[in-house]
Design a protein around this ligand. Sequence first.
Ligand code: C2G
Length: 150
Amino acid sequence: MKRVITYGTFDLLHYGHINLLRRAKALGDYLIVVISTDEFNWNEKHKKCYFPYEQRKALVEAIRYVDLVIPEESWGQKRSDMHEYHIDTFVMGDDWKGRFDFLKEEGVEVVYLPRTPEISSSQIKQDLYDANAVTDGSRVNHDEIDTDPK
Ligand code: C2G
């Protein structure tokens, strides 16, 4: 059984993430996704997630391509993860190209897949911010909808 691993924040899950996970799974039989904890994201990536770790974990676990989700707590855990989880292939989007080539020393194949263009969690946040700045952001009033048009 070929075991594949990938790492990420996976906040505001979107089709770019799904494209990555689908292609990662296609490289093997078993896909492990290592999701950054809230602390790791804040301390190491200076990212504040919209969804906390437990919710990001639950969302990714619901994806058909994913077999196991574990926490990413430090940059340094990758080397030992390769052995602890008997990894054959390490996969990341190519915005990380070259950054993890050292993992070849642990005997794993390192693959960088083309990122899905135009979409990112930060772009979603920015677009929503801009849109809200335009509208009054009022919620739909269901009483005003004719759900049984004659
Ligand atoms: N990704 C992608 N296309 C996008 C957005 C993201 O292919 N439009 C990929 C990224 O390249 C990454 C994965 O989806 O491989 C997860 O992306 P993020 O959640 O943004 O993860 P990141 O913050 O890059 O953290 O130790 C590695 C880090 O944890 C990676």
